[in-house]
Design a protein around this ligand. Structure first.
Ligand SMILES: Cc1cc2nc3c(=O)[nH]c(=O)nc-3n(C[C@H](O)[C@H](O)[C@H](O)COP(=O)(O)O)c2cc1C
Length: 158
């Protein structure tokens, strides 16, 4: 689909974003990398009704940077397709960890999100500060692993 060497990197707590990311990698002929937290999120951690749950505490703290188990080897890629679920209207803090701990300068970043209903909003733009040297494409919401929708997006975005 493209001459570019592409990495699809996703964080997914409950599998939705992972399934979309795997389909994007298949359609784009890209490599796939899962951003795995050093400490995985339990169901209790994800409880947004509880102000003291791990996800609530992290999302209330803009400086929280949950650790990632293994770094991705991004050096050889021209573009990174970055997938995340929307948490409280934005990207989970671990996405900021990913952006700050890899050298993405000069690379294209194509953000996509899944969500329970919110759009991508400013979740993509608010990440630009974490990798200011990257070439940021406009973020999109892709909630289902639909090859046709994904192909259409990639054709104009890549
Ligand atoms: C802590 C937390 C906060 C969330 N906040 C939002 C939100 O603000 N808006 C929304 O539409 N969905 C929200 N969701 C739903 C997720 O974005 C949605 O279920 C997503 O597809 C999950 O992706 P995953 O299975 O890859 O983790 C939230 C989910 C969690 C766990």
């Amino acid at each position: 689909m493209s001459e570019k060497k592409i990495l699809v990197a996703v964080f997914s707590a409950s599998g939705v974003t992972r399934a979309v990311g795997e389909e994007i990698a298949r359609v784009a002929g890209a490599d796939f990398f899962e951003i795995v937290p050093r400490q995985r999120y339990t169901a209790d951690d994800l409880n947004w009704m509880n102000k003291k749950s791990r996800s609530s505490v992290e999302m209330n703290d803009p400086s929280a940077r949950p650790e990632i188990a293994d770094a991705a080897d991004v050096a050889s890629y021209d573009a990174v397709i970055l997938g995340f679920p929307i948490w409280w209207g934005v990207a989970p803090r671990i996405i900021e960890t990913f952006l700050e701990s890899h050298d993405l300068s000069g690379k294209a970043i194509l953000p996509f999100c899944t969500s329970g209903g919110s759009g991508v909003g400013r979740s993509d733009v608010s990440l630009h500060k974490n990798a200011p040297g990257a070439k940021w494409a406009k973020g999109v919401q892709i909630n289902r692993p639909n090859a046709g929708e994904i192909r259409k997006w990639l054709e104009q975005a890549l």
